[in-house]
Design a protein around this ligand. Structure first.
Ligand SMILES: [Cu+2]
Length: 662
């Protein structure tokens, strides 16, 4: 297929060819390093804008999903510097998350211990529709879950499983005051799960949209689900301002195909946006108009006082059936397999992007309300009224691009949409629906992100495009290339490309917030005095080793630059040893690690000041094995070591422990 070049690009960047053919979605060959366009600025000017001098801070924190690494990475903007990787759904040997006994419960599900997932959409908590810096939520796509990260510690503090769901993609978007986090199923499945022929899809499969209640403490609980037709639910956003009682979900595969979806789910001219009135749903639940469905799911909560996660197993879900609940759900026809559904800062405009179309359909919340009142319906699906397309349409953006995916907003009445197939970001005006600017991206952007760009108060200075393909943008690293983000300055009339920077995993979506909001909230240490881990050792003289049958508990401390105890004898083959390590430091950034040779199941521990963590170790050989601090903590870090002696059960070695005894 001949690569298609759009006129603006042809004129300004003749070599640009990162265009994908719609038929095969195959990237054409591309050898360009050009990054110009109307917004081209000199390298010096761009460098000045992203340069954060040594010792200076970035203006924004950006949180990017790690996709198939199951993590969140934290970057600074505008520099693109990576600060931290927050493990969420995947074990992380780097800091022992999912390996320490305290964090293992966070990875528990009804399927058992799941050490991996595919994390797509970070979402900051909001107050009054504005990111407030309390928590960051993120979804697990594969084994449906939603996690909450506490932004005081930048640690995962809760994961909740979502029953009846499969491929938790349209998640975890929050309502205006973080009353709920929503989660829509990507794949429809038999509900409840049962053994049926796949060909019975239309009779047996359904899709649920889940509403997770968030308590003022942040704790999540699955409040109710809405049983929808057997479509694929893709993305969501809650309303804001006048539309704050509603949540909008895009869906595709209204054809209800179960094989070769690339053809069979692209038959219809229009799929839908499902508009759900969650206030009404609450009323129906209160009136008892729900069905109790079976479903086992885990809610895993990290107790900050004991620094330990616990799993709570729940049974049964309240499910609302739309045909029994008038006014709960309406379908809005949206062209051609829509992907993103994005609500502008005023809450009036809802943008749905048909990923196989060129145009963007923008709906008006006022018109939706009017159409509902006047019953301007175009039939119904499973008892869900379908609103007349023309009655709710606010405008169409004739984009000139192809494959619109996702839209965010600035604070000046502009919207910005990524176009996957034509590899560009298009800026357009709300109300006039006119295209104001377009810039190529390199290549094939999925989501884009403007700090606060899905909220009531965008900080419209920068835009980050999260690109799927980076061919020829960086030094080659074999067949596997890094993923990439591109930073644009959107403060002026024209977007200006400032920076390419590689990302970790596959970033699907991102959120950003001014550093001035998060910095003052950030904890520096864990207070030793308020560490109530049952295995805490508060002083060196409290260190001890306790045997109970074949279980040995080592209560150990670390402080620069020694362990107490550092010599342990009287461990036998067949024992299971739990090293409960407490970092006694009370100084910011004074971390210590702990690792012991021959640990087959678990990684290391990494302990922040005042923290207690537990590493399980089952010795498999007789001998004397070293343990050591893995974090370069002081000038005498290399001296920070110890030994544990393992004897044969036939021998008779007394249990002893000590430090500094010759
Ligand atoms: Cu150390």
């Amino acid at each position: 297929m001949k690569p298609k070049i759009f006129p603006q690009q042809k004129q300004l960047i003749p070599l640009f060819c990162g265009i994908i053919t719609i038929a095969g979605l195959l990237l054409s060959s591309c050898n360009s390093h050009s990054s110009g366009g109307q917004g081209a600025i000199s390298a010096q000017e761009a460098a000045q804008q992203v340069y954060v001098a040594p010792g200076q801070y970035d203006e924004f924190y950006a949180f990017m999903s790690g996709g198939y690494n199951g993590q969140v990475s934290v970057y600074g903007l505008p520099s693109g510097r990576l600060f931290k990787i927050i493990p969420v759904f995947s074990q992380n040997p780097e800091n022992g998350y999912g390996y320490s006994e305290e964090t293992k419960p966070l990875l528990m599900t009804s399927y058992g211990f799941i050490p991996w997932d595919d994390a797509h959409h970070p979402e900051l908590s909001q107050t009054d529709g504005i990111p407030d810096g309390r928590w960051l939520f993120i979804n697990a796509n594969n084994t449906p879950r939603v996690a909450r990260i506490d932004l005081k510690t930048f640690e995962t503090v809760e994961t909740i499983e979502i029953p009846n769901s499969a491929g938790n993609h349209s998640s975890p978007f929050v309502t205006e005051n973080t009353e709920y986090v929503v989660a829509g199923t990507r794949f429809s499945v038999p509900i409840p799960q049962k053994d049926v022929p796949i060909a019975s899809y239309k009779q047996n499969f359904g899709g649920v949209l889940s509403f997770i209640k968030v308590a003022p403490s942040g704790d999540m609980d699955l409040a109710f689900q809405v049983m929808m037709p057997g479509f694929d639910y893709d993305l969501a956003h809650a309303g804001k301002g006048k539309s704050k009682d509603w949540v909008f979900f895009t869906c595709y595969n209204s054809e209800e195909a179960h094989t070769l979806l690339e053809v069979n789910a692209s038959q219809r001219d229009k799929d839908f946006v499902a508009a759900i009135n969650w206030k009404k749903a609450e009323e129906y639940v209160q009136q008892g108009k729900y069905h109790e469905f079976p479903g086992t799911y885990y809610d895993n909560r990290f107790d900050t006082s004991t620094q330990t996660a616990h799993s709570y197993v729940h049974q049964g879900v309240k499910v609302l059936i739309p045909s029994e609940c008038p006014g709960l759900v309406y379908f809005i026809p949206a062209p051609k397999s829509p992907h993103g559904v994005d609500v502008d800062p005023s809450g009036n405009y809802i943008v749905a992007n048909g990923k196989l179309s060129a145009d963007l359909s923008v709906f008006s919340f006022d018109k939706i309300q009017q159409a509902i009142q006047q019953k301007q319906f175009d039939g119904e699906v499973n008892g869900i009224p379908v609103l007349k397309f023309d009655a709710v349409l606010a405008g169409i953006v004739k984009s000139g691009g192809l494959g619109p995916l996702h839209t965010e907003f600035d604070d000046k009445g502009n919207a910005y949409t990524t176009f996957f197939i034509s590899s560009e970001v298009v800026k357009w005006k709300l109300g006039t629906w006119q295209v104001e600017d377009r810039q190529p991206t390199f290549y094939s952007p999925g989501h884009l992100m403007i700090p606060g760009g899905d909220s009531r108060k965008p900080w419209g200075k920068y835009l980050v495009a999260l690109n799927k393909i980076t061919k020829d943008r960086y030094l080659p690293t074999g067949p596997e290339l890094c993923q990439s983000a591109q930073l644009f300055d959107i403060s002026g009339d024209k977007m200006k490309l400032l920076l390419d920077f590689p990302t970790v995993g596959e970033p699907h979506y991102a959120q950003a917030i001014p550093a001035s909001i998060l910095m003052p909230r950030s904890d520096k240490i864990y207070q030793l005095a308020s560490n109530h881990n049952p295995y805490v050792t508060r002083t060196e003289k409290d260190a001890k080793v306790v045997r109970k049958g074949k279980r040995v508990d080592v209560y150990m401390t670390e402080i620069r630059s020694h362990f107490v105890p550092d010599n342990i004898e009287g461990i036998y083959l067949g024992d299971t040893v739990y090293f409960h390590v407490t970092n006694l430091e009370q100084d910011w950034d004074a971390a210590h690690g702990f690792a012991v040779e021959g640990n087959r199941e678990n990684a290391e521990l990494l302990l922040m000041p005042g923290q207690t963590k537990t590493l399980k170790w089952v010795p498999v050989r007789v001998g004397v094995f070293p343990f050591y601090c893995t974090d370069f903590c002081s000038a005498l870090h290399q001296e920070m070591q110890g030994y544990v002696r393992v004897s044969s059960p036939n021998d008779n070695v007394a249990l002893t422990w000590s430090t500094g005894k010759e």
